[in-house]
Ligand binder design. Structure first.
Ligand code: UDP
Ligand code: MG
Length: 314
């Protein structure tokens, strides 16, 4: 029995690759026995991504294009796609051809086996530096230790979701969205398929180490309160050590008298305590900031315009 199938593609300044990408994705969809739909979400691109998406939508009835009112980030663009979609199975894929559309039939096969989330795990990777590989491995290791939600390793956002997984995801409206964590958090039956990740086809990556570091902080603080505990333990042990040291100084003064010395020890104690306090404050600030931005309850994105086919199966 044919099912309804949709592909969500967040695109930010991807004009160069869109035609190639669409040709490859279209060819894959032709081979699938399903009522297919492609939702492109233009995340406020500055180049002519939107014009190209409109012409794709005019030429191909499967295409629906959505333009956000500004660049909200990939996570918001994906959310916009999830809010829009209505299909039995949904695949989310990057526009830059780093995720091979040819893997989609395999994802679908796993879904038909009864899995709700099928994520694609990267095997070896081309076009990525040793440092990038090392830092991302380190990040997953830290996350694994800190968080209660196990994150699948070496997984991007390329994955298939069943209808009920999409519905679950739609209910998570937190502003600080660490998608990889959210995907794992919803649970259901999850499985993986291994693939080979290509280097970017054209255009440039929008990630740099600054954005990646922020994403890592995002991931850790969204899914773990361990840093708060670290601050507590640091404070407790600093205070304990300071107390013992104070006792020792007192005893020493009582027994041997107190020549005026001790400038170095004084400095060490002050600096150490000052440092520990600042660290704890920073960690608390991180969570307070998070509470603040959640408390505002702002919408995650605005749609500026739409173009092309409404879902054929509604
Ligand atoms: N993207 C987006 N909004 C952004 C940044 C990226 O929609 O603010 C899209 C981008 O067009 C691509 C996908 O997210 O389809 C992955 O982006 P990129 O290739 O820059 O990330 P990487 O593959 O390096 O992780
Ligand atoms: Mg990419």
């Amino acid at each position: 029995m044919p099912f309804s199938f949709a592909v969500i593609v967040p695109a930010y300044n991807e004009a160069e690759v869109l035609a190639d990408f669409h040709a490859r994705l279209g060819a894959v969809l032709d081979g699938i026995d399903a009522v297919s739909q492609i939702i492109y979400v233009d995340d406020g691109s500055g180049d002519d991504t939107w014009q190209r998406l409109r012409s794709l939508a005019d030429a191909d009835p499967r295409v629906q294009a959505l333009r956000l009112s500004r660049n909200f980030g990939k996570e918001a663009a994906m959310t916009a796609g999830f809010d829009e979609v209505d299909a039995d199975a949904v695949v989310i894929i990057d526009a830059d051809l780093q995720d091979p559309p040819e893997l989609i039939p395999e994802l679908i096969a796993r879904w038909q086996d009864g899995n709700d989330v099928v994520y694609a795990t990267r095997g070896e990777r081309d076009g990525e530096t040793r440092t990038k590989r090392f830092t991302s491995a380190a990040f997953y290791r830290v996350m694994e230790r800190l968080s209660d939600t196990p994150l699948p390793r070496d997984t991007g956002d390329f994955r298939l979701l069943s209808r009920r997984a999409v519905e679950a995801l739609r209910e998570l409206r937190e502003r600080q969205r660490f998608m990889k964590g959210l995907f794992a958090w919803i649970g259901y039956r999850q499985t993986s398929v291994v693939y080979h990740r290509d280097a970017r086809h054209a255009g440039r990556t929008k990630w740099n180490y600054w954005r990646l570091t922020n994403l890592a902080v995002e991931g850790i603080t969204s899914f773990s309160t361990a840093p708060l505990r670290v601050a507590t333990w640091l404070g407790v042990s600093a205070a304990g050590l300071a107390f013992l040291y104070g006792l020792w100084v007192l005893l020493k003064a009582l027994i041997w008298g107190d020549p005026v010395r001790g400038y170095p020890t004084l400095m060490v104690v002050i600096l150490f305590l000052g440092g520990a306090q600042l660290l704890a404050l920073g960690v608390i600030g991180e969570y307070v900031g998070r509470t603040y931005s959640e408390a505002k309850r702002r919408p995650l994105y605005y749609v500026e315009s739409r173009h092309g086919g409404r879902p054929p199966f509604t």
